[in-house]
Design a protein around this ligand. Structure first.
Ligand code: GLN
Length: 201
């Protein structure tokens, strides 16, 4: 298959739904658990899950240095929910030893919507995916509390807090665009960050 080889960080979390979304777009995906696998991919999706657990597994699997190096060399990356936390510059309410890569200059607060509304769904306008809002599912989601220069805010919740951001080849969302039939956020990553035109099946 032509086009990029997309890696899915498969240490923990919601890997399968991303794979299905990407396969529906005709993209070849490989699971990444080792530095050898990481070296073979052109872009990386980091799924939702539990960012502190993912952090421990990144350390155990010897992926922290290789991933930091690839990201600093411009590896396109798409992080959803826990994946957004892993890619952020700063984690608020994280574990003290929790790793993040600073691939996008944002500070994110974990579990930012609190226990009362730890999961909810809403329709959000999202820049660059067309006029129809995106149906966004939030599950114990982080929000962005600081956005650095050079970071574009693509979507916010009602109170104005950012929940989708992009900086260069790195795209992050607080919500889970892989949960549902709408592939536009994955397409946005592929077309703008990876530079590939997809053909939905
Ligand atoms: N609350 C989780 C964390 O801190 C993220 C939840 C998710 O990915 N759905 O990592």
């Amino acid at each position: 298959m032509n086009g990029p080889c997309l890696g899915l960080l498969a240490l923990q979390g919601a890997v399968d739904l991303h794979r299905h979304a990407l396969e529906r777009l005709g993209v070849h995906t490989v699971e990444v658990r080792t530095s050898e696998q990481l070296a073979s991919v052109d872009a990386l999706v980091i799924p939702g899950g539990e960012s502190s657990t993912m952090s421990k597994l990144l350390v155990l699997n010897g992926l922290v240095e290789p991933l930091a190096e690839r990201l600093s060399n411009g590896l396109p990356a798409f992080g959803t929910c826990a994946g957004m936390i892993v890619l952020a510059a700063e984690i608020l309410d994280g574990r003290a030893d929790q790793v993040s890569f600073g691939a996008i200059d944002i500070a994110v607060r974990r579990n930012a919507f609190g226990r009362q509304i730890d999961s909810f769904e809403t329709d959000l306008p999202l820049s660059d995916v067309g006029d129809e809002p995106v149906h966004a599912v939030f599950i114990r989601a982080p929000v962005v509390e600081r956005v650095g220069e050079g970071v574009e805010v693509l979507a916010t919740v009602d109170d104005g807090r950012p929940v989708a951001c992009r900086q260069g080849p790195v795209l992050v969302t607080s919500f889970h665009p892989e949960l549902g039939p709408d592939l536009r956020v994955h397409e946005l990553f592929l077309s703008q960050c990876v530079g590939w035109t997809t053909h939905a099946r």
